[in-house]
Design a protein around this ligand. Structure first.
Ligand code: ATP
Ligand code: AH0
Length: 401
C-alpha cells in the first residue's frame, strides 16, 4: 500500500482528526484559516475550532485576482499562471499560521481548501444552450500539498455539479450535520460578498432541508467603496451608508431582477450583482447624480431587503424560527438593523458564536466538515436531489510528494 494511502486510512480511523479549513471568499479580503479538531462523522460530527486567523491579502493579490474575477473576457495566460500561484500562496499562508500557532505540519491530518472562485455560472445565469452549470475555483491543491507537506482535499464544487447540483451553496452539508437542533427551527444565515441561508427544521427531516444563495450581501457595497473611497475596501461600521438617505426609486429598480423570483435553491455571484448592475439601475431611474452616501444607503437597504425577504419566506414555512448569522455582514450595524426591522417577529439575530463557531470562521469550518466526510464519512443520506443536495463525497485528494 502506498504510504499516503496508509496515512489517509489511519486518519480516517482516528477518534479525532486535525483538519485545517480554508476559505477565500468573494470579498477578496483574506484567506480564512481554521484549525479544527473534528470527531465523528455525519450527524455525530463534533468540531472544536482550536485556532482561527484571517490572513489578509495584500494589494498585489487583490489586483491580480480582480483582473480575472467575475470577468467574462480575460487573459487566459494569467488565469493559467494564477492557478498554481494562488495554491502556493495559500500554502505559505497555512505555514505562517502553523508557525504562529506552534503546531507541526505532521500533526495535521488534512487541509480542506476551497480555493478562490473566479467565475460562477449556473444555468440560470448564462445563455449557452449547450451547457449546464459551471463554476471555477483556482489555487490548485497539489501546490498547497507540496508547499505545506500536508495532504490537501480541494476543489469541492465540481462533484456537486457532476451530480446535478449548481456547485453552490455547499453550506447545507456542514450546516445540516453540525447545526441541526431538535429544539428549534433554525436558519443559518451567512452574509459574505453573497448572502446565503440554510433552512434547518427541528424535525431534522433531510428532505425538507436546503441551502440557497439569496443575492448580494456586501459585494456591491464593497465594490462601490473601493471605486469611490479607495483605499478603503468596505464601508466600515456602515459609516458612509449611515450618512445617506435611501432612494426609493433606485431601491425598487435594484430589487427588480428575475433571480429574486426564482424558487429556492438557487445560486448567484458578483457576475450578476456588480457595479454595472448598479449603473444600469441608476440610469433607468435617473439617479446617476445621487451622492455617494445616498447610493450606499440604498445599497445597504437593498441587501437587507433581499436577505429579510428570504428569511421571511423560510420562516413562513417553518413557523417560529431562530436565525444564526455569520460572515462579515454581521459587523455592518446598519445592515443588521435593517434586517431586524424587516423581520418584526425576530427579537434578535444571534450569531454562530453561541453555537460554538466563530462567525468569521464558519465557512472555513464548513470545508473542514466536508473534508472530514470525504475521509471518514459517507454514510449520511442527504435530502432529495430536487433540493440541490445530492448525496455525494466531495473533494479531490492531493498528496504532498
Ligand atoms: N466592521 C465592518 N463593517 C462593515 N462591513 C464589514 C465589517 N467587517 C467586515 N465587513 C464586511 O464583510 C466583508 C467580508 O465578509 P466575508 O469574509 O464573510 O466574505 P467572503 O467570505 O469573502 O464572501 P463569500 O461568503 O460571499 O464568499 C467585507 O468585505 C465587508 O463588506
Ligand atoms: C461559487 C462560490 O464560491 N460561491 C460562494 C459565494 O460565497 C457565498 C455564496 O457565494 C456561496 O454560494 C458560496 O460559498 C459558500 C461557502 C457555500 O458554497 O455554501
Amino acid at each position: 500500500m502506498h504510504q499516503h494511502i496508509l496515512k489517509l486510512y489511519n486518519s480516517a480511523m482516528k477518534q479525532q482528526r486535525l483538519i485545517i479549513g480554508l476559505m477565500s471568499g468573494t470579498s477578496l479580503d483574506g484567506l480564512d484559516v481554521a484549525l479544527c479538531k473534528v470527531s465523528g462523522q455525519g450527524m455525530d460530527t463534533q468540531i472544536e475550532v482550536l485556532a482561527f486567523e484571517t490572513v489578509d491579502y495584500d494589494d498585489d493579490y487583490k489586483q491580480k485576482i480582480k483582473k480575472v474575477f467575475a470577468e467574462r473576457s480575460c487573459d487566459l495566460e494569467l488565469v493559467t499562471l494564477l492557478h498554481p500561484w494562488v495554491g502556493t500562496l495559500h500554502g505559505n499562508m497555512v505555514n505562517q499560521c502553523l508557525a504562529k500557532w506552534n503546531v507541526a505540519a505532521d500533526d495535521i491530518d488534512a487541509i480542506a481548501s476551497h480555493g478562490q472562485t473566479i467565475y460562477h455560472c449556473p444555468k440560470s445565469q448564462h445563455a449557452h444552450v449547450d451547457f449546464k452549470h459551471g463554476t471555477l475555483q483556482i489555487g490548485d491543491s497539489d501546490h498547497l500539498a507540496v508547499t505545506t507537506g500536508i495532504t490537501t482535499i480541494g476543489d469541492f464544487r465540481q462533484k456537486h455539479i457532476a451530480a446535478g447540483g449548481e456547485g453552490a451553496p455547499l453550506a447545507v452539508y456542514g450546516d445540516y450535520l453540525f447545526f441541526t437542533s431538535g429544539d428549534e427551527n433554525r436558519i443559518l444565515l451567512n452574509m459574505g460578498g453573497i448572502a446565503n441561508l440554510t433552512y434547518l427544521p427541528k424535525s431534522a427531516d433531510a428532505s425538507a432541508v436546503f441551502s440557497s444563495d439569496i443575492g448580494p450581501g456586501n459585494t456591491i457595497m464593497d465594490a462601490y467603496i473601493q471605486r469611490h473611497f479607495a483605499p478603503l475596501h468596505y464601508d466600515k461600521d456602515s459609516q458612509v451608508a449611515s450618512q445617506g438617505t435611501v432612494n426609493q426609486a433606485l431601491l425598487t429598480e435594484l430589487c427588480d431582477n428575475e433571480f429574486f423570483s426564482l424558487a429556492f435553491p438557487k445560486t448567484t455571484g458578483p457576475e450578476v450583482f456588480n457595479l454595472q448592475y448598479l449603473a444600469r439601475a441608476q440610469t433607468a431611474t435617473h439617479t446617476t447624480e445621487l451622492s455617494h452616501q445616498d447610493v450606499m444607503a440604498t445599497l445597504n437597504r437593498f441587501s437587507a431587503q433581499v436577505i429579510a425577504k428570504a428569511i421571511n419566506d423560510c420562516s413562513a414555512k417553518l413557523g417560529g424560527v431562530a436565525v444564526y448569522a455569520s460572515g462579515g455582514g454581521i459587523h455592518n450595524p446598519l445592515l443588521m438593523q435593517h434586517i431586524l426591522s424587516l423581520c418584526p417577529y425576530l427579537h434578535e439575530i444571534k450569531n454562530t458564536q453561541v453555537l460554538g463557531i466563530d462567525p468569521d470562521a464558519k465557512e472555513a469550518v464548513l470545508f473542514a466538515i466536508l473534508a472530514n466526510e470525504c475521509l471518514a464519512g459517507g454514510q449520511q443520506r442527504f435530502g432529495n436531489q430536487a433540493q440541490g443536495i445530492p448525496t455525494i463525497t466531495m473533494g479531490k485528494i492531493s498528496f504532498a510528494d
